[in-house]
Design a protein. Structure first.
Length: 193
């Protein structure tokens, strides 16, 4: 089953996350349709390892749900599926014992975990780059102001150092509010002559 558009939401499939369900169980199409409507996912179903690998090779998925019975009957094939899944969330469930409500809960929880992990990773990366930039600019500002505090600086060098200090100061001020919760603790005053 591959839905080009989720009828309830009227959202094109390209903008929806996609899920791949790999199982040979009967009646999974109805479960897939219900899941697509409830979670606003595009659902594709593969009934064999070969079909799953073909689908995984042509596009990326947010989540891949593999039937535990299929996984246990073909461990090598399961490893190949998980290696081919890329960044998709791997979820293994026993479709013979799992109802559609539990499948929905598990998929919803896995997608929510992934979203939280991505937000945390993004915030950590932004914070690290922000701190590195601020530290470098603070270093430029400090060094240029220390150099300006030296005696007997040639006028040309003094003008260049002042320009460098002004540029670093403006950059530092522009970067101050970039990340909520991050602060710049270094405060440099203008050198006294």
């Amino acid at each position: 089953m591959s839905a080009a558009m989720n009828e309830d939401a009227k959202v094109p499939a390209a903008s929806q996350p996609a899920a791949l369900i790999i199982t040979a169980s009967e009646g999974v199409e109805a479960t897939g349709s219900a899941l697509a409507g409830q979670l606003k996912l595009t659902i594709e179903i593969a009934s064999s390892r070969a079909t799953a690998l073909r689908l995984l090779g042509r596009k990326g998925y947010a989540i891949v749900v593999l039937d535990q019975n299929l996984a246990e009957s073909d461990p090598d094939g399961t490893d190949l599926i998980w290696r081919s899944a890329g960044v998709a969330i791997p979820l293994q469930m026993n479709f013979a014992l799992t109802g559609s409500a539990r499948l929905e809960r598990e998929v919803r929880a896995a997608l929510a975990r992934r979203q939280r992990e991505q937000q945390l990773a993004s915030t950590a990366a932004i914070t690290a780059v922000d701190a590195e930039l601020k530290n470098a600019i603070t270093g430029f500002l400090l060094e240029s102001r220390l150099a300006l505090a030296e005696e007997n600086i040639p006028p040309q060098v003094e003008n260049r150092l002042k320009t460098l200090a002004d540029m670093a100061g403006r950059l530092r001020e522009r970067l101050l509010p970039t990340v909520p919760g991050c602060t710049t603790t270094v405060s440099l005053s203008a050198p006294q002559k």
